[in-house]
Design a protein around this ligand. Structure first.
Ligand code: F6P
Length: 529
């Protein structure tokens, strides 16, 4: 536990002085001064090649940042997480998503239980179930095999599997349909079911708590859709659950024999490698899922063992600190040059913003500097024709990460070379700009980017990328001394919505603020007509 906030250490002050000295230094100058810069500031590890050289840093910045990491004891906090210590202090929980991808031969005893053995017990159960569905051995209530899988969950119980399914679609069973329903907006469920046949549809209801109103509401409506067509007994053949809460699963009417377990030490936004990834495993098969876990584990080992100056997630996180706290950046763009990664920015929004969107540290003290950045992004090249204008010529500093792959997933003509030419061109244009007498046409450059390059987007690489960002987020939270693993900020809205829902029908007096009262009253009136 950090007694002194990192922001009050000598290392932090040294970085402040360095930031002042760096003011006005441009990327062009930095490249002119050091012809070896690109090589010196690029790192290849755990199957990823990361070029940090187009950032507004020098080797000295990197060293001062790693000194800040030392002052914050990022390595000690990391080791405590991997060892299963209860670093989620507000909920008194271990944080062990890294145990979800440890090999069978490992063991980690936490509170007298070997959590790695537990993980593999559940993985084996998932694999058996997925094999049965994929082979056609698992039959629906009418005896027909399953041809469509509908994942019902929200937040971490949706974004992870939905993003990863989309990313790995080329590795998926193309004979089956996979859909993801999350929103309580009835249109989401309606559209997902519109062309499906109840006799061949399997619902995977994913909720860590099994108490989330959106998921339970969608699951109840899905159950009605099924039982209207096939009768009550069909539920056991068409509904499986993923949860920590067997009692609620059973109350809902799903046989706990068809429940895949996770544990309170898996945070929702860190849960895709757990049973929460069941729909992904159904799509890419147990073998593909194990490759995905192997990629995550490889990156975990890198995070655990590489020195800070060569540690990819630590450096990414420290760069985040540099831009947020020393250069005044408010947002962080993530720009994947792969259409298959179209949901990756949305996934990272939850991962980063739900983890580090906090203003109080573990000791309850106000964090006196900006914490978690606003994360956003869209795949290139689409973004180039939409919002890149602002990144190139706007008034804000927007550090961006561009993610690309050497090999195309779906080779058609020269599309992939053109795609990657755009990625490289954007990093060049953003860093170096171009002169023009006309200020409207001038590109000032000096806009920082980090390029993350991998050979191909396969299950291992996706696993590595997810773990890379998980540990980046961890590093930033550790520097700020905040608990990245709770999410009390989402609770108040849920409580108020529960209170408002019954007030939308009827005419009981409204006791909210005048704005909310007027909105509810207008809704009531219009609905009545
Ligand atoms: O509302 C936020 C949240 O608690 C997320 O952290 C979580 O991923 C999501 O809701 C879903 O929770 P559950 O898996 O318990 O339904």
């Amino acid at each position: 536990m950090l007694l002194t906030p990192t922001t009050e250490t000598d290392q932090w002050r040294a970085l402040q002085a360095h930031a002042a000295a760096m003011e006005g230094v441009t990327l062009r100058q930095l490249f002119d001064d050091d012809p070896h810069r690109a090589a010196e500031l690029s790192i290849e590890a755990a199957g990823l090649y990361v070029d940090f050289s187009k950032n507004r840093i020098t080797a000295e910045t990197r060293d001062l940042l790693t000194a800040v990491a030392d002052a914050a004891d990022v390595a000690g906090q990391r080791d405590a997480m991997f060892a299963g210590e209860r670093i989620n202090t507000t909920e008194d929980r271990s944080v062990l998503h890294t145990a979800l991808r440890r090999p069978r031969s490992d063991s980690l005893i936490v509170d007298g239980v070997d959590v790695v053995a537990e993980v593999h017990r559940v993985l084996d159960g998932m694999a058996g179930f997925c094999d049965a569905v994929r082979s056609g051995e698992w039959r629906g209530a009418t005896g027909a095999p399953i041809s469509a899988v509908v994942n019902i969950g929200i937040g971490g119980s949706d974004l992870g599997p939905a993003m990863a399914y989309r990313a790995l679609r080329p590795y998926s069973d193309r004979t089956r349909t996979f859909r993801f329903v999350s929103n309580i907006d009835p249109s989401d469920l309606h559209e997902a079911l519109i062309d499906l046949d109840p006799a061949t549809t399997l619902f995977v209801v994913v909720s860590k708590t099994f108490g989330t109103i959106e998921t339970l509401t969608n699951a109840r409506s899905a159950r009605a859709w099924l039982t209207d067509a096939l009768g009550q007994d069909a539920v056991s053949k068409h509904f499986v659950a993923v949860s920590t809460n067997a009692e609620r699963v059973s109350e809902f009417g799903i046989d706990t024999a068809n429940m895949f377990e996770l544990w309170d030490w898996v945070g929702g936004r860190y849960s895709v490698p757990s049973a929460v990834g069941l729909s992904l495993m159904l799509a890419i098969g147990p073998g593909g899922f194990r490759r995905f876990l192997a990629g995550m584990h490889e990156l975990d080992q890198h995070f655990l063992t590489a020195p800070a100056s060569e540690n990819l997630p630590m450096l990414l996180g420290l760069l985040g600190i540099w831009y947020t706290n020393f250069l005044g950046a408010e947002t962080n763009a993530v720009l994947p040059y792969s259409d298959h990664l179209s949901r990756f920015p949305a996934y990272l929004q939850q991962l980063d913003m739900e983890s580090n969107g906090k203003g109080v540290d573990k000791q309850g003290r106000t964090v006196t500097v900006d914490s978690g950045p606003i994360v956003w992004g869209e795949p290139g090249t689409n973004g180039q024709h939409a919002f890149y204008q602002l990144i190139h010529q706007g008034t804000r500093l927007i550090p961006a990460e561009l993610i690309g792959f050497v090999e195309p997933t779906d080779p058609i003509g020269d599309h992939h070379d053109l795609l990657m030419a755009n990625l490289f061109a954007q990093t060049e244009a953003l860093a170096f700009g171009s002169d023009d007498d006309d200020p409207q046409r001038r590109f000032a450059g000096n806009r920082p980017t980090t390029t993350i390059l991998a050979d191909r987007l396969d299950p291992e690489t996706l696993g590595r990328l997810i773990a890379l960002y998980e540990h980046k987020v961890f590093t930033m939270g550790a520097v700020w001394g905040i608990n990245s693993f709770d999410q009390f900020g989402v609770e108040l809205g849920k409580v108020l919505a529960t209170a408002i829902a019954p007030e939308l029908v009827g005419d009981q007096p409204l006791t909210h603020d005048p704005s909310t009262n007027a909105l509810i009253a207008r809704y009531r009136r219009t609905r009545e007509h």
